[in-house]
Design a protein around this ligand. Structure first.
Ligand SMILES: *[C@@H]1O[C@H](CO)[C@@H](O)[C@H](O)[C@H]1NC(C)=O
Ligand SMILES: *[C@@H]1O[C@H](CO)[C@@H](O)[C@H](O)[C@H]1NC(C)=O
Ligand SMILES: *[C@@H]1O[C@H](CO)[C@@H](O)[C@H](O)[C@H]1NC(C)=O
Ligand SMILES: *[C@@H]1O[C@H](CO)[C@@H](O)[C@H](O)[C@H]1NC(C)=O
Ligand SMILES: *[C@@H]1O[C@H](CO)[C@@H](O)[C@H](O)[C@H]1NC(C)=O
Ligand SMILES: *[C@@H]1O[C@H](CO)[C@@H](O)[C@H](O)[C@H]1NC(C)=O
Ligand SMILES: *[C@@H]1O[C@H](CO)[C@@H](O)[C@H](O)[C@H]1NC(C)=O
Ligand SMILES: *[C@@H]1O[C@H](CO)[C@@H](O)[C@H](O)[C@H]1NC(C)=O
Ligand SMILES: CC(=O)N[C@H]1CO[C@H](CO)[C@@H](O)[C@@H]1O
Ligand SMILES: CC(=O)N[C@H]1CO[C@H](CO)[C@@H](O)[C@@H]1O
Length: 655
């Protein structure tokens, strides 16, 4: 990393050209009430009587009954939004309404859509939010010419990892609200106030009171400790984040992930199925390799499809004493362990070190906390400070022959991007889910200037080549050099377009087509460093809009056919199954957007710091005119100079 490339940022004045952002009063547009503070005792899990039908661990050899039942409601509800979306996209020579109505009778030919939002801290949250708002028909303007609004309503799954998991969690914690409403916020609420650093906390009453804020966070975590449960830095990190992500007093300590299942919108299948991802870390293991077990969290279950763990625990009863898959006859059950903040904290545990190392330098943090932070730093094995502890291990004694953690009382999970699969594709390529197309929003910071270079896609492709794949398939994806040389990382690229190119056995389906949507500068320099702790609201909004412009190719300004091309990608697998000819308009889209299978060759000299030219893109739309609030990089120098230092020092991080 060239530090001097970043230094001028520190000298930029706080933007004065942008209109100040006005937060609506409570009697104006506001976020509606949210999911549920469903835990029995705030942040602390508690022992409860087991339900009549005792919770058990199940084998991962099928979808859960809960998911299957939910899908029976969801798939039919995607039909109308899909027809609307396809009609707007207006693929020449294709009668979308007639086709979709025909295949809707037998759901298996209905396009099955997934969206995956990568990790990358606030950058990933904001860029991902731009995509989601463009795909959401509730966003004003999203169904106008060139928009892709309705794609979200037509989708079955929405997965998030690390920073992308913050986005997904925040949307579902708040009753499947819109990005637009989260962005607008609410009076007296710290929701999406990313201008206030997580270290200093919210300024609800007009003053920052870091001491009070951190005392609350510490109090919540010690409630969990007092209840007899292991706590780790992930608890602190998750609780601190919750103030920005869950619109409830004190970050909603009682909000659980499983309560999403009871949410109006989700339970009536009016929203896609949300999934977060984390990686397993074996005892004594330091490096997370591609062989790490990938765990998923959904409103019903937590577990893994991988051959190692190959099982799922009921989310609502996590931390019950499962042994060999069952709670002993006289054993009690536990509820409230699946705190929403603990789950999104787990998925983003890469940031634990960021919290630990920086908390000590924040003014106003009470001494006892600084001491706690310091002693945590010194006391804990440094190799373990990015771990979220799941104690007791739900998979104790489970799948003993293959499960490396079958003998341990503790299950250690880490940031879902640690295995380089920084896009949460794993849940969506599971054959049982039969997803046809995945929109993969990549905000990874791979290159010198914090843009993606396809590493996350390549990692998921590489993984299906190993024994850990357990029946999953993935389209061919070239190496990072090819991504850079062919510009596959600077514009949307489709992978796996041609089903005829897959050799699949008779009981297998081809993997989904992947629409790769990399973060690139459309109208804003959205490559902010992963560890920047605060963002002035105009910058936040600029990055969200940039993500929106990536999703819509600037509402069609870069390609008037883009909206139709998205629709072609949605239809592709369904057409292949029903033997329908691909309309000429789509053939032309696929020519333009499908990777054609050629690689750059070993002699291409494109590498970050490898002698070739750096990938240093310029604005695709406009010129980053500072009069346009969406453009250019603005950095908050007012609040905390140290925060900038953090950004500079941490800029080398890749995730
Ligand atoms: C959740 O949102 C839906 C749709 O906006 C609304 O009808 C419902 O009342 C909301 N539920 C709660 C609990 O606020
Ligand atoms: C689980 O087992 C541990 C150790 O045997 C015990 O201390 C704890 O009370 C048990 N918890 C429940 C909920 O049964
Ligand atoms: C792509 O990104 C990875 C980090 O994710 C980095 O290690 C690699 O060097 C990059 N490749 C090129 C060709 O720049
Ligand atoms: C992953 O596991 C395979 C065996 O299934 C092994 O050959 C390979 O070396 C492992 N890779 C890594 C990076 O640990
Ligand atoms: C494949 O794409 C590359 C990069 O865009 C291009 O240079 C090459 O000519 C294409 N090859 C074929 C066979 O279309
Ligand atoms: C595209 O439309 C959205 C919503 O109306 C708007 O916010 C955005 O600025 C537009 N983008 C361009 C490049 O015109
Ligand atoms: C087609 O399949 C072959 C063999 O798996 C692979 O090498 C090639 O990259 C694939 N082509 C495309 C365009 O995905
Ligand atoms: C963002 O990208 C631009 C264009 O590549 C580059 O000039 C700038 O230094 C990058 N900023 C960061 C923080 O990497
Ligand atoms: C398709 C496939 O290979 N499935 C295997 C996944 O792993 C489990 C547990 O090891 C096996 O039982 C499945 O056969
Ligand atoms: C000022 C300070 O302590 N900065 C640290 C914040 O956290 C990052 C990530 O762990 C470190 O790299 C910084 O040194």
């Amino acid at each position: 990393m060239h530090l001097n490339a970043l230094l001028p940022l520190a000298l930029l004045p706080l933007s004065t050209s942008a209109e100040p952002i006005r937060i609506p009063r409570n009697d104006e547009l506001a976020i509606s009430a949210r999911a549920r503070p469903d835990a029995p005792n705030g942040y602390a899990p508690a022992q409860v009587e087991c339900p009549k039908e005792k919770p058990t661990i199940r084998r991962a050899n099928t979808l859960s009954k809960s998911e299957t039942d939910w899908l029976a409601k969801r798939r039919p509800l995607t039909v109308d939004p899909m027809i609307e979306f396809l009609k707007r996209a207006n693929i020449e020579g294709f009668d979308a309404e007639a086709y979709i109505n025909r295949v809707a009778e037998d759901v298996k030919d209905l396009p099955n859509i997934g969206i995956a939002v990568s990790g990358g801290g606030y950058r990933a949250l904001m860029n991902g939010a731009g995509f989601i708002s463009a795909a959401d028909s509730r966003t004003p303007g999203s169904t106008d010419k060139g928009g892709i609004g309705g794609l979200l309503q037509a989708s079955t799954y929405l997965s998030g990892l690390s920073g992308g998991g913050w986005l997904v969690s925040s949307i579902y914690a708040n009753n499947f609200t819109t990005v637009e409403k989260l962005r607008q916020g609410r009076e007296d609420s710290s929701i999406w106030r990313f201008d206030n650093s997580i270290f200093t906390g919210p300024d609800l009453s007009g003053i920052f009171d870091a001491a009070r804020y951190w005392a609350k966070v510490a109090g919540q975590v010690s409630d969990k400790d007092d209840a007899g449960f292991e706590t780790s830095i992930t608890d602190y990190w998750g609780r601190a984040l919750a103030w920005q992500l869950i619109d409830a007093p004190e970050g909603g300590p009682g909000y659980t992930f499983s309560s999403i299942a009871d949410d109006d919108e989700f339970s009536n299948a009016r929203a896609p199925f949300p999934i977060l991802v984390a990686d397993g870390r074996h005892p004594g293991e330091k490096i997370i390799s591609l062989n790490a077990t990938v765990y998923e969290f959904n409103p019903f279950e937590m577990g893994s499809w991988d051959p190692t763990t190959f099982g799922f625990a009921p989310m609502r009863y996590l931390a019950s004493n499962f042994s060999n898959g069952v709670v002993p006859r006289d054993g009690k059950c536990v509820r409230g362990f699946d705190s929403l903040s603990y789950i999104f904290g787990t998925s983003s545990s890469l940031f634990n070190a960021f919290l630990l190392q920086n908390i000590t330098s924040v003014e106003g943090v009470p001494d006892f906390l600084i001491e706690a932070g310091t002693s945590l730093l010194q006391g804990l094995d440094a190799d373990r400070n990015d771990i979220a502890q799941y104690v007791p291990n739900p998979f104790l004694g489970w799948n003993k022959d293959n499960n490396p953690t079958a003998e341990t009382s503790e299950l250690d999970l880490v940031d879902g991007g640690m295995d380089l699969q920084n896009i949460p594709l794993h849940p969506l390529i599971q054959p049982f889910r039969s997803v046809d197309v995945i929109f993969a929003v990549d905000s990874s910071a791979d290159t010198t200037y914090a843009w993606p270079n396809g590493t996350a896609m390549r990692a998921s492709f590489d993984r299906v080549g190993g024994a850990i794949a357990n029946g999953t398939l993935f389209p061919s994806v070239p190496d990072d050099k090819t991504f850079l040389a062919q510009g596959l990382n600077s514009r949307p690229t489709f992978f796996g377009c041609d089903v005829a190119n897959f050799t699949v056995s008779s009981n297998q389906s081809p993997p989904p087509l992947i629409v790769y949507v990399p973060n690139a500068p459309y109208t804003a320099m959205s490559n902010v460093t992963t560890f920047t702790p605060s963002y002035p609201l105009p910058q936040r909004d600029g990055i969200i809009r940039n993500g929106y412009d990536a999703a819509t190719q600037g509402n069609g300004t870069l390609d008037a056919q883009w909206q139709a091309c998205v629709a072609c990608a949605v239809m592709s697998r369904s057409w292949a199954r029903t033997g329908t000819d691909v309309p000429a308009a789509c053939a032309s889209c696929f020519d333009r957007y499908c990777w054609n299978g050629t690689t750059a060759g070993a002699d291409v000299a494109i590498a970050s710091g490898g002698g070739g030219a750096e990938y240093d893109p310029t604005f695709k739309i406009g010129n980053g005119n500072p009069d346009d609030e969406s453009a250019g990089v603005k950095v908050d120098v007012g609040r905390s100079a140290w925060a900038l230092m953090v950004g500079l020092v941490a800029a080398v991080a890749v995730l």
